[in-house]
Design a protein around this ligand. Structure first.
Ligand SMILES: Cc1cc2nc3c(=O)[nH]c(=O)nc-3n(C[C@H](O)[C@H](O)[C@H](O)COP(=O)(O)OP(=O)(O)OC[C@H]3O[C@@H](n4cnc5c(N)ncnc54)[C@H](O)[C@@H]3O)c2cc1C
Length: 489
């Protein structure tokens, strides 16, 4: 197994079958699963956690110093952490956790994607609409988020708003009141909920909160544009064209076809990974670190902790030699966001906003969950369709409060309305409740002092990931912490 390396990867199916017992396989890519007999060895560095941060750290150490003895220990029976490609539940590999390479060719993980030659596709054709607007209103039809229809009031601009057309030498919009929310402010200006422009909803709530949880102060600038362009459509800016082949325009969201997990499997390559090994206690001194795990004791000169902040908040791991108070404060101040992600699989291509199989996002700005995306993009051999229902913030919290069947129904309802077919039925539904998932305890979030969280402890314990909220950010923090560790070896 030791000879399985990046250069011998992307092997044929027969070879993969032969390696299945010893390796960790994602598609045609293999990582080395360490044997029990190796646990007792004296490692130079052990990395705890085989997510993007941990694998990024371990890879950097080995690449910078190939003579170092580096291993990864992982509590789960798979690598990836919050990157979890499910290869068995649906007709194609689907992502229960992270899915998108934000920034595509600009992402720090891109050199690996390129080296491996993974098929990466951009979400270039994205649409929004207002489901409840009149059928004849331009914003009822799927349109680009920055198309002229986005600025339009579906039932026409209310008379009372004309005086706020600034370019027409009108009055400035009224100030928002203290603690006023966007929905209340819009109502105060005489804009009914079903007459809010799609683009206003999109710009104010994209990947954030619904209007009832958005500060009213954020409304002014966008509303001014809606008023101006409703009265003078000829002045509205030209919609941008996203072109996956245009290097200036390709900083959007991309998907690795065939499974995101191939990326970490490729990066981990022949670094030994001990799976099913839960670290329960860490005992460090200036001379080294002992890890007490569910599979016995392991020791190393240095350890990189690359577990999520939630694991630290729950005190799942006992640091018997103690940690500085400010590190605990930083962990405890971290807050997870509400993230709702649910996958529905259908027989056939049941929904395409533009009649093509290559659409990316389709967002109904007045439905919950707002966002659908095309999880079966670029799968010409696959006869079905996998649609993701996605929501964040307060609306996600409300969705999560529902029993699981009702969560699926909520997404199905949006797909039905989006497709204009009230009889649609899904074949399979799937979701992971990351907030209640051991070894994660949340999807991603914000807060907690970054410096305190990542500061090395006694030059033997190093800290990667934890508070990072994208694959790339976790990977980069792993690389950075590996570099930091190399200075202290
Ligand atoms: C639903 C969802 C959607 C997302 N979408 C995106 C997206 O589209 N794009 C994007 O870039 N990011 C996305 N993210 C965020 C992204 O997945 C994470 O930021 C990233 O994967 C975190 O990597 P990490 O290595 O820091 O942590 P993790 O991936 O959580 O890895 C930590 C590892 O530590 C292990 N561990 C924990 N406790 C122990 C222990 N006691 N002993 C041993 N091992 C332990 C865990 O099992 C895990 O493997 C999403 C996340 C979720 C949940």
């Amino acid at each position: 197994m030791a000879d399985v390396s990046r250069r011998s990867l992307l092997v044929g199916a027969a070879a993969v079958a032969g390696l299945a017992t010893a390796g960790i396989i994602a598609g045609n890519v293999i990582t080395r699963r360490a044997g029990a007999d190796e646990r007792g060895e004296n490692w130079d560095v052990i990395v705890v956690g085989a997510g993007s941060a941990g694998i990024g750290a371990a890879r950097r150490l080995v690449d910078q110093n190939p003579s170092l003895r580096v291993a990864i220990v992982e509590a789960r029976d798979r690598i990836g952490g919050r990157m979890f490609t499910d290869r068995t539940s649906m007709g194609i590999p689907v992502e229960r956790g992270c899915e998108l390479v934000h920034g595509g060719p600009y992402a720090d993980t891109y050199p690996w994607i390129k080296e491996a030659g993974f098929d990466m596709r951009m979400f270039a054709k994205n649409y929004i609409r207002l489901n409840d607007a009149d059928d004849n209103a331009p914003s009822h039809a799927w349109h680009a988020p920055d198309a002229p229809a986005s600025w339009a009031f579906p039932a026409g601009i209310p008379d009372g708003l004309v005086k706020f057309d600034l370019a027409g030498e009108g009055q400035p919009l009224p100030e928002a009141l203290p603690r006023e929310k966007a929905d209340a402010y819009l109502a105060r200006l005489g804009i009914a909920p079903d007459n809010i422009p799609s683009g206003l909803r999109y710009l104010l709530t994209d990947d954030a909160e619904p209007l009832y949880a958005t500060d009213a102060a954020a409304v002014g600038e966008v509303l001014t544009a809606c008023i101006r362009y409703s009265l003078h459509p000829e002045e509205a800016p030209e919609p941008e064209k996203l072109d996956a082949d245009d290097p200036k325009r390709n900083d959007g969201d991309y998907k690795i076809i065939g499974g995101y997990d191939q990326l970490l499997t490729f990066i981990a390559d022949d670094i030994p990974v001990f799976l099913d090994t839960v670290v329960e206690e860490v005992q460090h001194s200036k001379s080294g670190v002992e890890l007490f795990t569910s599979q016995g004791t392991m020791s190393a000169r240095r350890v990189i902790m690359a577990v999520p902040a939630g694991v630290m908040q729950r005190r799942d791991i006992d640091f018997s030699a103690g940690l500085p108070d400010r590190k605990w404060v930083a962990f405890d101040e971290f807050q997870y966001s509400h993230i709702f992600k649910c996958l529905l699989e259908f027989e056939g291509q049941v929904f395409t906003p533009d009649g093509s199989a290559t659409w990316g996002y389709a967002e109904s700005m007045d439905l919950t969950p707002t966002t659908l995306w095309n999880a079966s993009i670029a799968q010409p051999e696959y006869g079905g369709q996998v649609v993701v229902g996605w929501e964040t913030g307060e609306a996600a919290r409300e969705l999560h409060a529902l029993p699981v069947e009702q969560k699926y129904e909520a997404v199905l309802d949006v797909v039905r309305k989006s497709a204009g077919d009230s009889g649609l039925q899904y074949k399979k539904a799937l979701m992971t409740d990351w907030a209640n998932e051991p070894f994660s305890w949340g999807a991603y979030g914000h807060g907690g002092n970054e410096k305190d969280m990542s500061a090395p402890t006694d030059d033997v314990l190093f800290w990667a990931g934890m508070r990072t909220s994208t694959v790339t950010a976790s990977y980069v923090s792993g690389v950075d912490q590996a570099d930091e560790l190399l200075k202290h070896l």
